[in-house]
Design a protein around this ligand. Structure first.
Ligand SMILES: NC(=O)c1ccc[n+]([C@@H]2O[C@H](COP(=O)([O-])OP(=O)(O)OC[C@H]3O[C@@H](n4cnc5c(N)ncnc54)[C@H](OP(=O)(O)O)[C@@H]3O)[C@@H](O)[C@H]2O)c1
Length: 260
């Protein structure tokens, strides 16, 4: 099955809001930033590769959107704080926070997973999200409302062959969403997570043959691989007031492969 033609959904209440999407220089984060900008959201593009960030900002500005590139490694609290200061200087307190930065790791037998690799994957995929929320939360509380959408993964939703520490970190993200949601509901801040399964990114395009991608597609009840736009559309919904009675959930964007 081929992906549906790309129509960017519109949520009029998003217009004029300010969003930070971490890990948005490529892939899912970049597409989500484009979707937000198309809804007239002022969007902060983040990653560690300045040239890649500028490309996304350029694309958004070329179609009349507003974007700010901020280099920061989201595993480092001082760099996140520096990003927050740059964002607040330019746009003030933010409305939408989407901590999407993360990275995968090699699939190895348990006895071959080094302590260093374990700590790296926990830091990249779980601690980074805690640190990002901790930094931006005071501004969101001042704002008096907001939506946080965390990037999780199907690897954290059911046992799989994904890297052990990556899977454990992603299961932690789902719990982070629940606990934050419980604490922050009283401040009109909602917290949800999105758990994608296989989404076509640069790595997949480079490392999997067309035939392998077709075989993978057949393993999903909806017989195709996911696209970054599938995740971006879910992020818009969870960011907008259309989901105002939804908090603490993890939304599986997984072609039906994960049903929990
Ligand atoms: N693709 C999938 O199938 C899939 C499935 C489930 C979950 N996810 C999750 O979705 C997110 C995006 O995945 P993707 O496929 O779009 O990956 P991608 O194409 O590799 O993009 C990852 C993005 O995150 C940034 N990033 C990574 N580590 C960072 C750090 N420490 N600080 C700041 N930025 C960082 C990268 O930018 P720089 O390299 O410039 O820093 C890049 O913009 C990841 O968290 C991933 O775990 C993906």
């Amino acid at each position: 099955m081929t992906p549906a033609a790309k129509t960017i959904p519109t949520f009029p209440d998003l217009a004029g809001k300010v969003a930070v999407v971490t890990g948005s220089s490529r892939g899912i984060g970049a597409e989500t930033a484009r979707y937000l900008a198309a809804n007239q959201v002022k969007v902060v593009i983040n990653g560690r590769d300045g040239a890649a960030l500028q490309r996304v900002v350029g694309e958004i500005e070329s179609v009349g959107g507003e974007a700010l590139a901020v280099i920061a490694d989201c595993t480092k609290s001082d760099q996140i704080e520096n990003m927050r200061r740059q964002v607040e200087n330019r746009f003030g307190d933010i409305d939408l926070l989407m901590p999407f930065a993360g990275s995968g790791g090699p699939i190895q037998p348990i006895e071959d997973v080094s302590e260093e690799q374990w700590n790296f994957l926990l830091s990249a995929n779980l601690t980074s999200k805690f640190l990002t929320i901790k930094s931006f939360l005071p501004g969101m509380r001042r704002r008096g409302a907001g939506s946080i959408v965390l990037m999780c993964s199907s690897a954290g939703r059911a046992a799989s062959h994904a890297a052990l520490a990556y899977s454990a970190a992603q299961a932690g993200v789902a719990m982070l969403a629940r606990n934050f949601a419980q604490q922050l509901g009283r401040y009109s801040i909602r917290v949800n997570a999105i758990a994608p399964s296989a989404i076509r990114n640069d790595r997949m395009a480079q490392s999997m043959s067309g035939a392998d991608q077709e075989s993978l597609a057949k393993t999903f009840p909806i017989q195709r691989i996911g696209e970054p736009s599938d995740v971006a559309a879910a992020a818009l919904f969870l960011g907008s007031g259309a989901s105002s009675w939804i908090t603490g959930i993890t939304l599986d964007v997984a072609g039906g492969k994960v049903m929990v």
